[in-house]
Design a protein around this ligand. Sequence first.
Ligand code: KIV
Ligand code: NA
Length: 264
Amino acid sequence: SSRIRTRDLLAAKERGEKWPMLTSYDQYTAAIFDRIGIPVLLVGDSAANNVYGYETTVSVTPEELLPLVAAVARSTSRTLVVADLPFGSYEAGPTQALETAVRFMKAGAHAVKLEGGVRMAEQIKALTGAGIPVMAHVGFTPQSEHLIGGYRVAGRADQAAAVVADAHAVAEAGAFSVVLEMVMSDVAAQITKELSIPTIGIGAGPHTDGQVLVWQDMAGMREGSGPRFVKKYADVAGVIAAAATEFADEVRGGVFPAEEHSFR
Ligand code: KIV
Ligand code: NA
Protein backbone atom coordinates (compact mmCIF):
# COMPACT_ATOMS: atom_id res chain seq x y z
CA SER A 1 0.00 0.00 0.00
CA SER A 2 1.00 3.61 -0.43
CA ARG A 3 2.80 6.11 1.79
CA ILE A 4 1.15 7.90 4.68
CA ARG A 5 0.57 11.55 3.69
CA THR A 6 0.28 14.65 5.82
CA ARG A 7 -3.45 14.76 5.00
CA ASP A 8 -3.86 11.30 6.59
CA LEU A 9 -2.58 12.77 9.87
CA LEU A 10 -5.04 15.66 9.60
CA ALA A 11 -7.84 13.16 8.92
CA ALA A 12 -6.79 11.11 11.97
CA LYS A 13 -7.11 14.22 14.12
CA GLU A 14 -10.57 14.89 12.73
CA ARG A 15 -11.56 11.34 13.67
CA GLY A 16 -10.04 11.79 17.13
CA GLU A 17 -7.47 9.03 16.56
CA LYS A 18 -4.15 9.13 18.39
CA TRP A 19 -0.98 7.97 16.61
CA PRO A 20 2.61 6.99 17.45
CA MET A 21 5.85 8.40 16.08
CA LEU A 22 9.40 7.15 16.69
CA THR A 23 12.85 8.27 15.71
CA SER A 24 14.89 6.07 13.39
CA TYR A 25 18.38 6.50 12.01
CA ASP A 26 19.15 3.23 10.26
CA GLN A 27 17.94 0.51 7.91
CA TYR A 28 16.88 -2.19 10.37
CA THR A 29 14.85 -0.12 12.82
CA ALA A 30 13.25 1.78 9.94
CA ALA A 31 12.14 -1.47 8.30
CA ILE A 32 10.75 -2.86 11.58
CA PHE A 33 8.82 0.31 12.43
CA ASP A 34 7.51 0.57 8.86
CA ARG A 35 6.35 -3.06 8.94
CA ILE A 36 4.53 -2.82 12.30
CA GLY A 37 2.72 0.33 11.22
CA ILE A 38 4.36 3.35 12.82
CA PRO A 39 2.93 6.05 10.53
CA VAL A 40 5.67 8.67 11.01
CA LEU A 41 9.41 8.23 11.53
CA LEU A 42 11.65 11.13 12.50
CA VAL A 43 15.30 11.13 11.56
CA GLY A 44 15.94 13.41 14.50
CA ASP A 45 18.94 15.59 15.14
CA SER A 46 18.90 13.49 18.32
CA ALA A 47 21.19 11.30 16.17
CA ALA A 48 23.75 13.68 17.69
CA ASN A 49 23.36 11.89 21.04
CA ASN A 50 22.00 8.54 19.89
CA VAL A 51 24.23 7.77 16.90
CA TYR A 52 27.25 10.06 16.97
CA GLY A 53 27.96 10.27 20.70
CA TYR A 54 27.83 14.08 20.99
CA GLU A 55 26.80 15.75 24.24
CA THR A 56 24.04 17.88 22.65
CA THR A 57 22.26 18.30 19.31
CA VAL A 58 24.14 21.56 18.72
CA SER A 59 27.10 19.64 17.24
CA VAL A 60 25.47 17.58 14.51
CA THR A 61 25.65 18.74 10.86
CA PRO A 62 23.56 18.27 7.69
CA GLU A 63 26.44 16.19 6.27
CA GLU A 64 26.08 13.76 9.19
CA LEU A 65 22.26 13.57 9.06
CA LEU A 66 21.68 13.37 5.28
CA PRO A 67 22.95 9.77 4.85
CA LEU A 68 20.75 8.64 7.78
CA VAL A 69 17.70 10.23 6.15
CA ALA A 70 18.53 8.48 2.89
CA ALA A 71 18.90 5.12 4.68
CA VAL A 72 15.55 5.44 6.50
CA ALA A 73 13.74 6.56 3.34
CA ARG A 74 15.21 3.64 1.35
CA SER A 75 14.19 1.14 4.04
CA THR A 76 10.50 2.10 4.33
CA SER A 77 7.51 1.92 2.02
CA ARG A 78 4.59 3.15 4.16
CA THR A 79 5.85 5.51 6.82
CA LEU A 80 6.15 9.27 6.35
CA VAL A 81 9.83 10.15 6.86
CA VAL A 82 10.50 13.49 8.55
CA ALA A 83 14.04 14.94 8.59
CA ASP A 84 15.17 17.27 11.37
CA LEU A 85 17.03 20.37 10.18
CA PRO A 86 20.06 20.63 12.48
CA PHE A 87 21.21 23.67 14.45
CA GLY A 88 22.82 26.33 12.27
CA SER A 89 21.23 25.17 9.02
CA TYR A 90 18.05 27.31 8.90
CA GLU A 91 18.04 30.09 11.53
CA ALA A 92 19.65 32.75 9.30
CA GLY A 93 16.47 33.14 7.26
CA PRO A 94 14.09 31.69 4.69
CA THR A 95 16.79 31.38 2.00
CA GLN A 96 19.12 29.34 4.19
CA ALA A 97 16.20 27.23 5.45
CA LEU A 98 15.04 26.51 1.90
CA GLU A 99 18.53 25.56 0.72
CA THR A 100 18.94 23.12 3.61
CA ALA A 101 15.42 21.69 3.37
CA VAL A 102 15.88 21.02 -0.36
CA ARG A 103 19.00 18.95 0.42
CA PHE A 104 17.00 16.83 2.89
CA MET A 105 14.09 16.38 0.48
CA LYS A 106 16.50 15.30 -2.28
CA ALA A 107 17.97 12.78 0.18
CA GLY A 108 14.54 11.17 0.45
CA ALA A 109 12.67 12.96 3.25
CA HIS A 110 8.93 13.55 2.83
CA ALA A 111 8.87 16.50 5.24
CA VAL A 112 11.29 18.47 7.40
CA LYS A 113 11.17 19.57 11.03
CA LEU A 114 12.61 22.70 12.60
CA GLU A 115 12.62 24.21 16.09
CA GLY A 116 10.99 27.51 17.02
CA GLY A 117 7.57 29.15 16.98
CA VAL A 118 6.90 32.82 16.25
CA ARG A 119 10.59 33.31 15.37
CA MET A 120 10.42 30.65 12.60
CA ALA A 121 7.21 31.79 10.86
CA GLU A 122 9.08 33.20 7.82
CA GLN A 123 11.06 29.98 7.37
CA ILE A 124 7.91 27.84 7.59
CA LYS A 125 6.15 30.04 4.99
CA ALA A 126 9.12 29.81 2.63
CA LEU A 127 9.34 26.01 2.87
CA THR A 128 5.63 25.34 2.48
CA GLY A 129 5.59 27.89 -0.35
CA ALA A 130 8.22 25.76 -2.08
CA GLY A 131 6.22 22.56 -1.62
CA ILE A 132 7.96 21.20 1.47
CA PRO A 133 5.74 20.05 4.38
CA VAL A 134 6.98 21.35 7.72
CA MET A 135 6.64 19.81 11.17
CA ALA A 136 7.26 22.51 13.77
CA HIS A 137 8.67 22.01 17.29
CA VAL A 138 7.87 24.34 20.21
CA GLY A 139 8.04 24.28 23.98
CA PHE A 140 11.45 23.04 25.04
CA THR A 141 13.69 23.21 21.97
CA PRO A 142 16.96 21.30 22.56
CA GLN A 143 18.96 23.25 19.96
CA SER A 144 18.48 26.37 22.16
CA GLU A 145 19.53 24.55 25.34
CA HIS A 146 22.33 27.00 26.09
CA LEU A 147 20.03 30.01 25.80
CA ILE A 148 17.24 28.36 27.79
CA GLY A 149 19.70 27.18 30.46
CA GLY A 150 19.22 23.41 30.42
CA TYR A 151 16.31 21.02 30.04
CA ARG A 152 13.28 22.86 31.42
CA VAL A 153 9.55 22.33 31.24
CA ALA A 154 7.94 24.98 29.05
CA GLY A 155 4.44 26.27 29.56
CA ARG A 156 4.48 26.79 33.31
CA ALA A 157 2.34 29.74 34.34
CA ASP A 158 4.82 32.42 33.25
CA GLN A 159 5.49 30.82 29.82
CA ALA A 160 2.14 29.26 28.94
CA ALA A 161 1.00 32.21 26.83
CA ALA A 162 4.27 32.18 24.86
CA VAL A 163 4.02 28.46 24.05
CA VAL A 164 0.37 28.85 22.97
CA ALA A 165 1.36 31.81 20.77
CA ASP A 166 4.22 29.80 19.24
CA ALA A 167 1.89 26.90 18.41
CA HIS A 168 -0.63 29.21 16.75
CA ALA A 169 2.16 30.99 14.83
CA VAL A 170 3.50 27.79 13.26
CA ALA A 171 0.00 26.61 12.33
CA GLU A 172 -0.79 29.97 10.70
CA ALA A 173 2.55 29.87 8.84
CA GLY A 174 1.52 26.55 7.28
CA ALA A 175 3.08 23.78 9.39
CA PHE A 176 1.23 20.45 8.98
CA SER A 177 1.90 19.41 12.59
CA VAL A 178 3.75 20.57 15.67
CA VAL A 179 5.85 18.78 18.29
CA LEU A 180 5.22 19.98 21.86
CA GLU A 181 8.25 19.09 24.01
CA MET A 182 8.12 19.24 27.82
CA VAL A 183 4.97 21.33 27.86
CA MET A 184 2.61 21.22 30.86
CA SER A 185 -0.23 18.78 30.14
CA ASP A 186 -3.04 21.34 30.47
CA VAL A 187 -1.28 23.75 28.10
CA ALA A 188 -0.70 20.94 25.56
CA ALA A 189 -4.39 19.99 25.86
CA GLN A 190 -5.45 23.57 25.18
CA ILE A 191 -3.16 23.85 22.13
CA THR A 192 -4.38 20.49 20.79
CA LYS A 193 -7.98 21.66 21.07
CA GLU A 194 -7.35 25.07 19.50
CA LEU A 195 -5.27 23.96 16.50
CA SER A 196 -6.65 22.12 13.49
CA ILE A 197 -3.22 20.57 12.78
CA PRO A 198 -2.05 17.55 14.82
CA THR A 199 0.09 18.04 17.92
CA ILE A 200 2.74 15.46 18.81
CA GLY A 201 3.79 15.32 22.43
CA ILE A 202 7.04 14.35 24.14
CA GLY A 203 6.79 15.04 27.85
CA ALA A 204 3.56 16.94 27.11
CA GLY A 205 0.96 14.68 28.73
CA PRO A 206 -1.76 12.44 27.32
CA HIS A 207 -3.91 14.93 25.40
CA THR A 208 -1.84 15.48 22.22
CA ASP A 209 -2.83 13.85 18.91
CA GLY A 210 0.47 12.00 18.53
CA GLN A 211 3.21 10.84 20.87
CA VAL A 212 6.90 10.60 19.96
CA LEU A 213 9.84 8.90 21.66
CA VAL A 214 13.45 8.35 20.71
CA TRP A 215 13.54 4.67 19.71
CA GLN A 216 16.59 3.85 21.84
CA ASP A 217 14.77 5.24 24.89
CA MET A 218 11.54 3.38 24.01
CA ALA A 219 13.30 0.03 23.47
CA GLY A 220 15.89 0.32 26.24
CA MET A 221 18.85 0.45 23.87
CA ARG A 222 20.46 3.13 25.96
CA GLU A 223 21.87 1.94 29.30
CA GLY A 224 20.76 3.82 32.41
CA SER A 225 17.51 5.70 32.91
CA GLY A 226 16.31 8.51 30.68
CA PRO A 227 14.13 11.54 31.39
CA ARG A 228 10.85 11.16 33.29
CA PHE A 229 8.70 11.32 30.15
CA VAL A 230 10.34 8.18 28.71
CA LYS A 231 8.77 4.75 29.09
CA LYS A 232 11.13 1.83 28.48
CA TYR A 233 9.22 -0.98 26.72
CA ALA A 234 12.10 -3.45 26.44
CA ASP A 235 15.69 -4.08 27.48
CA VAL A 236 17.40 -4.26 24.10
CA ALA A 237 20.72 -3.19 25.63
CA GLY A 238 20.48 -6.17 27.98
CA VAL A 239 19.61 -8.55 25.13
CA ILE A 240 22.61 -7.38 23.09
CA ALA A 241 24.96 -7.49 26.08
CA ALA A 242 23.88 -11.09 26.87
CA ALA A 243 24.29 -12.18 23.24
CA ALA A 244 27.74 -10.59 22.93
CA THR A 245 28.83 -12.13 26.24
CA GLU A 246 27.77 -15.61 25.09
CA PHE A 247 29.50 -15.16 21.73
CA ALA A 248 32.70 -14.03 23.46
CA ASP A 249 32.58 -16.98 25.87
CA GLU A 250 32.04 -19.48 23.03
CA VAL A 251 34.93 -18.06 21.00
CA ARG A 252 37.24 -18.18 24.01
CA GLY A 253 36.05 -21.70 24.85
CA GLY A 254 36.41 -23.01 21.30
CA VAL A 255 32.65 -23.71 21.05
CA PHE A 256 31.96 -21.33 18.15
CA PRO A 257 32.18 -21.93 15.24
CA ALA A 258 30.81 -25.48 15.34
CA GLU A 259 30.66 -28.03 12.52
CA GLU A 260 27.48 -26.53 11.02
CA HIS A 261 29.08 -23.07 10.68
CA SER A 262 32.13 -24.41 8.86
CA PHE A 263 32.92 -25.41 5.25
CA ARG A 264 34.88 -28.51 4.43
O1 KIV B 1 15.41 14.85 17.49
C1 KIV B 1 14.46 14.29 18.07
O2 KIV B 1 14.53 13.11 18.45
C2 KIV B 1 13.24 15.07 18.29
C3 KIV B 1 12.06 14.40 18.90
C4 KIV B 1 12.32 13.88 20.25
C5 KIV B 1 10.85 15.24 18.84
O3 KIV B 1 13.21 16.20 17.92
NA1 NA C 1 15.15 17.09 17.22
